[in-house]
Design a protein around this ligand. Structure first.
Ligand code: NAD
Length: 299
């Protein structure tokens, strides 16, 4: 079996590096430096998305958005031009499930299968081989994709029909996005009223309000002031917006979600879409007048 990987940024680069440990890859990205990082590990560089398709039976993608996925597949020199009948694309993008379903339909006439397999756990989870991979597709498609995905992680779940991996990923990221900002808010409340960030964290991480943010991100990135974790405000805003779109399309209320969306829009405007996701703490510090990061904290 020949396997390709397209989109070798923060996330795709880490996923491809993990896969390359077990499976030689054909790779392409618009950025030469990202391709080089993989060829140094033994992967074979291609000159276009089409060439990755020509050389592969299964191609994995990790792009920023479903619009970029469409460009990679259907654009000039795209995957569709290279892939033969009977091949498969596994889209690891945190994308729009309805767009994925539409693209899968368009590929049917060419005999090319498209399934979704987004991830949660970030580049460290990929490097450790523990990243969560949620896969939407038929039983037969999952059985075909699973051996490749298990080379990346032991944590692979078949979530149901096509698109359900992306649906669950968006629901999860809305929860993460909300917890992150609510954690900043309650920390500012405690600190403004005389508690220290350290003691507030020590108590809350073992109390009923504990969450992923308190357990992992807060000690590693906020208390240390090393805000950067390789995930941008622009991508988080995109995920929350996609969750909102899904809600609108399916008549589900988003009381909290709409507030979270407005906050990430403001944060992306203030710090830039390429700004690190934890820069949100700066807004809460400024609005409250409380300081929870150490001097010199940077993203
Ligand atoms: P990124 O911007 O670092 O990487 C995207 C890569 O795609 C870039 O290297 C870019 O050059 C490449 N690309 C764009 N258009 C292309 C094209 N037409 N042909 C070939 N390559 C192209 O983004 P990222 O942080 O790696 O995120 C990728 C996806 O993973 C997103 O959907 C994101 O939401 C999701 N994700 C990211 C993280 C994280 O911690 N970074 C965690 C979970 C999920």
């Amino acid at each position: 079996m020949k396997v390709g990987y397209i989109g070798l940024g923060h996330m795709g680069g880490a996923l491809a590096a993990r896969l390359q440990l077990s499976q030689p890859l054909f790779v392409f990205d618009l950025r030469a430096a990202n391709i080089e990082a993989l060829t140094r590990l033994g992967a074979t560089a291609c000159q276009s998305n089409r060439e990755v398709g020509e050389k592969s039976d299964i191609v994995l993608l990790s792009l920023q958005t479903s619009e970029q996925v469409r460009e990679v597949i259907f654009g000039k020199d795209g995957l569709r031009e290279g892939l033969a009948r009977g091949t498969m694309i596994i889209d690891q993008t945190t994308g729009d499930a309805n767009a994925t379903r539409q693209m899968a339909k368009e590929l049917e006439t060419d005999g090319i299968e498209l399934i979704d397999g987004p991830v949660s756990g970030g580049p460290p989870g990929a490097a450790a081989g523990t990243i969560a991979i949620m896969v939407g597709g038929t039983e037969v498609q999952f059985a075909r994709a699973e051996p490749v995905l298990r080379m990346i992680s032991s944590n692979v779940v078949h979530t149901g029909v096509l698109g359900t991996g992306q649906v669950i990923k968006l629901a999860n990221n809305l929860l993460n996005a909300a917890q992150r900002l609510l954690t900043f808010e309650v920390m500012c409340l405690a600190v403004k009223n005389g508690a220290t960030p350290q003691k507030t964290w020590e108590v809350m991480v073992k109390s009923s309000g504990r969450n992923f943010m308190l357990e992992h991100t807060f000690p590693k990135h906020i208390l240390t002031g090393e805000l950067a974790q390789g995930f941008t405000l622009g991508l988080m805003h995109k995920d929350v917006r996609l969750a909102q779109d899904l809600a609108a399309a399916s008549d589900v209320p988003m009381f909290f979600g709409s507030t979270v969306l407005a906050l990430y829009r403001d944060l992306a405007n203030e710090f830039g879409r390429d700004g690190e996701v934890n820069l949100g703490v700066k807004l809460f510090e400024r609005l409250s007048g409380a300081t929870i990061t150490p001097p010199g904290a940077h993203g």
